[in-house]
Ligand binder design. Structure first.
Ligand SMILES: *Cc1c(COP(=O)(O)O)cnc(C)c1O
Length: 432
């Protein structure tokens, strides 16, 4: 057995270069065997030991619990620059940061391709979102469009980094700075953006918000972080989020607190602390996996990554791709993407459609104020994108080869049958 060939590839070579292989969506054998993939958060025994340590310690929810304080320090030194305060969630971190800067204006400029949890805190802080389109090459805020919206009534620009991409947008940052507009980076999906990623420097921001929830790099349950070099913002965390301050020992019930109780979960912190120790390794494996997979599928027609998988600073939370339907003989709209997603899922590849609408459509209070048609890049991405989710260790190059084989199998069928394949798939599913 040749050690470089995945078992799946050998099997399909025996079947004759995939040519007559029946797609799993048509009843054929799936490429990826069941149980072959380890889903994130990829629990390990040491996580269980850490949880037991918290139980044995008998203190489950102190903001100054030694585990929480060590986690904050370790994460801060990992970033190489910032101070870190742990809070209850990524959403809480964004809320606290917006609350801190809300006196600077009434509005927050952000991208229409966005996560509802990122945008929700704008209204919670009593501010109004102003949406702009995304740059197709970033799947992140279009900095020209953002800058046009800047003015004296703008409190902040909220820069969301999706899927592990880095949204540097230096012109938008300097324009915001020049006008006294706060720059807040939502790096919930891109933990690596807290490091020195701009030619050896850190992003120019007032604050970064990070999530430690189970799906993110720290895979820790419910947890978030305020990241900043502004000591007053660090102090503001307590004034927003503690009804009683136990940070310095004695419990003092503060009359100034807004009482959101955004305390960090100590159990989650104990797992996050372990992950920080291995974070560089985790990120490297995610990047390697993404790059390896892309190298194996890049020759397929009409498929593109949302950001450059060879960028050595990205965080590859998920591997986002998009289809150009016309290159596969399809008309515009989501049909090509939907067929590809269903087919790859049937082959056992962990593929998902992300959101399908601009973020305001998920926010009932403001949805009527905005029209999807005004955000053509956002709409195009939402119609054509999907992502490969399990790209993290312990999944390795052999797993990426299985994913790649499934892509090749589906594309082979697409080349052969063209767009009518989507109709065949639908009628088979109806019959089934
Ligand atoms: C996960 C996420 C959040 C919210 O983080 P939680 O810890 O789940 O509250 C915010 N923004 C983005 C982009 C996210 O992916």
């Amino acid at each position: 057995m040749n050690g470089h060939t995945a078992p799946g590839l050998e099997a399909s070579n025996r079947r004759g270069l995939f040519s007559d292989v029946k797609l799993a969506i048509f009843g054929g054998e799936p490429v990826v065997p069941q149980g072959r993939i380890t889903p994130w958060p990829a629990a390990e025994k040491k996580h269980l030991d850490a949880l037991r340590g918290v139980v044995d310690g008998g203190r489950y929810h102190r903001v100054n619990h030694p585990i929480v304080s060590e986690l904050e320090q370790n994460l801060a030194s990992w970033t190489g620059k910032w101070q870190v305060r742990a809070v209850g969630s990524g959403t809480a971190a964004i809320h606290i940061e917006l609350d801190y800067v809300k006196k600077r204006g009434e509005r927050v400029v952000t991208a229409a391709l966005n996560w509802p949890g990122a945008v929700g805190p704008i209204a919670i802080s009593g501010l109004k979102p102003v949406f702009v389109d995304v740059d197709m090459n970033l799947a992140g805020i279009d900095q020209g469009a953002a800058t046009e919206k800047f003015g004296p009534d703008v409190a902040a620009v909220l820069i969301t980094h999706l899927f592990g991409n880095n949204v540097l947008v230096p012109d938008a940052r300097s324009a915001a700075r020049a006008q006294g507009i706060a720059v807040i980076d939502d790096v919930c999906q891109s933990i690596g953006a807290a490091k020195a990623i701009v030619n050896g420097a850190h992003v120019d921001a007032d604050a970064l918000a990070l999530s430690g929830n189970g799906a993110k790099h720290l895979g820790a349950g419910e947890l978030g972080f305020v990241i900043t070099d502004d000591s007053n913002l660090i102090a503001h965390v307590d004034s927003v989020s503690l009804t009683s301050s136990s940070r310095n020992g004695e419990r003092i019930f503060s009359p100034y607190s807004q009482g959101y109780n955004y305390r960090p979960n100590v159990f989650s912190s104990s797992i996050a602390k372990l992950r920080v120790e291995m974070l560089d390794t985790q990120l490297q494996i995610r990047r390697d996996n993404g790059r390896i997979l892309w190298e194996m599928i890049r020759e397929l027609a009409g498929i593109f990554p949302l950001f450059n998988p060879s960028d050595c600073n990205q965080s590859m939370l998920n591997f986002p791709l998009r289809i150009e339907p016309e290159a596969l003989g399809f008309g515009p709209g989501p049909a090509a993407r939907d067929f590809v997603v269903k087919s790859l899922q049937a082959e056992g590849v962990p593929i998902w459609v992300w959101l399908t609408k601009p973020v305001f459509e998920y926010l009932p209070d403001i949805r009527d104020d905005w029209r999807a048609a005004d955000f053509p890049n956002t709409a195009q991405l939402l119609d054509t994108m999907f992502y490969v989710s399990e790209i993290a260790p312990p999944n390795d190059a052999e797993v990426m080869k299985l994913y790649a084989e499934a892509f090749h199998k589906v594309w082979k069928a697409l080349y052969k049958l063209g767009p009518k394949i989507a109709g065949i798939a639908t009628s088979i599913q109806r019959a089934g």
